[in-house]
Ligand binder design. Structure first.
Ligand SMILES: [Zn+2]
Length: 141
């Protein structure tokens, strides 16, 4: 085998190794995105639940705002489906398992009730720290 052939083979394997590493990095990135989207989904679902609860308690209705949350949840779910489609089922399951976001937040000590410090940039109404939309004007926060 002459030197050029060996060199070509070496380059070929180096290239293969590089591609595999890039593929792995790409998958890791997708999994990180998935974890991020799942966190967003949980947050949006929680916010929607809190919103519906507070509306029901005050015997109010704010369908446009509820719709905004539902639309956002829809969008996030579509993104999660799209990201999962690029992974194998095993990899997708792994992500589910590695995203104990809700648990982490549930075990965190409850914050004592205090006036919201955050206000809506649109209308100035006080909004809760993790609200995704203003309860008053519906602006995205
Ligand atoms: Zn507002």
């Amino acid at each position: 085998m002459d030197f050029n052939k060996i060199k070509a083979m070496g380059l070929e394997y180096a290239e293969k190794g590089k591609n595999a590493a890039m593929d792995l990095a790409e998958k890791g990135k997708t999994q990180a995105l998935l974890v991020n989207e799942q966190g967003k989904l949980l947050k949006a679902q929680r916010q929607l639940g809190a919103l519906v609860y507070s509306l029901a308690k005050g015997k109010e209705e704010n369908q446009p705002l509820v719709d905004k949350y539902i639309e956002m949840i829809d969008t996030i779910e579509q993104e999660i489906t799209r990201l999962k489609a690029t992974l194998t089922p095993a990899e997708a399951t792994e992500v589910d398992y590695e995203a104990p976001m809700e648990e982490a937040e549930e075990t965190a000590p409850e914050q004592p009730a205090q006036p919201a410090r955050k206000t809506c940039p649109q209308c100035g109404a006080p909004v809760s720290d993790d609200a995704l939309f203003c309860n008053k004007c519906g602006a995205q926060l």
